[in-house]
Design a protein around this ligand. Structure first.
Ligand code: TMP
Ligand code: MG
Length: 211
């Protein structure tokens, strides 16, 4: 590597907005067109001990208090933070399919937790250089395939999540809102444009920390 750090790019939004598809295409584009190393991580990471428990929570077979669920989601990120710093330091971009923003938005919207209490659990994690907020009207999301499969896939919850994203989180300059109502190719073009614009601007700057 040539001494430049990798960047941290987060995809955020409600369920069924197309984040995973868009994140995968962005990964491929960075690797093949920009020819730079990149990895894609999904949170929650369902393969670790915390993630396996969260998986049963999300499928509805385990009950947890809101606080315990929130702290597990945060722990699920913290347990990978050293690896995350190493990747970024080594020059690899890291694309995140959900991050701490989902953590706070869902815990507030679905479990009624206090926002400030929620934010504290993720304080000190690396702060993304760019957040691509894929915005989709929950009414439309609810008509997409498999909506309703998991615990938080309910219209009222998704509406509150969206409001929280827009009112509380969508305020910093590194957030870009992209309408996920457009055809997927258009969404991808806008993601690429935002990444292209971000790269030269942030690379010589150190990463910040949340929040
Ligand atoms: P997924 O569909 O992206 O795998 O995410 C599963 C659900 O978990 C989704 O409804 C959002 C929710 N979630 C939280 O409640 N807290 C978190 O910290 C994260 C990452 C996701
Ligand atoms: Mg989901």
């Amino acid at each position: 590597m040539n001494g430049t750090r990798g960047t941290l790019i987060a995809f955020e939004g409600g369920d069924r907005a197309g984040k995973s598809t868009q994140a995968k295409q962005a990964l491929q584009w960075i690797r093949e067109t920009l020819r730079e190393p990149a990895v894609l991580w999904h949170f929650p990471n369902r393969h670790s001990a915390t993630g396996r428990l969260l998986d049963t929570y999300l499928s509805g077979s385990t009950e947890l208090t809101g606080q315990v669920a929130h702290l597990l989601f945060a722990a699920n990120r913290w347990e990978r933070v050293e690896e995350l710093w190493q990747l970024l330091d080594s020059g690899s971009h890291v694309i995140l399919d959900r991050y701490a923003y989902s953590g706070v938005a869902f815990s507030v919207a679905a479990r009624g937790l206090d926002p400030e209490w929620c934010l504290a659990a993720d304080r000190g994690l690396p702060s993304p250089d760019l957040v691509l907020f894929l915005d989709l009207d929950p009414q439309l999301a609810s008509k997409r395939g498999n909506f309703g499969e998991e615990r938080y896939e309910q219209l009222v919850i998704q509406q509150r999540v969206r409001q929280f994203f827009l009112d509380r989180l969508f305020q910093s300059e590194n957030w870009v809102r992209i309408s996920a109502e457009q055809p997927p190719d258009q969404v991808q073009l806008q993601c690429r444009r935002a990444i292209t614009e971000m790269l030269p601007r942030v690379r010589s700057l150190p990463l910040k920390l949340l929040w």
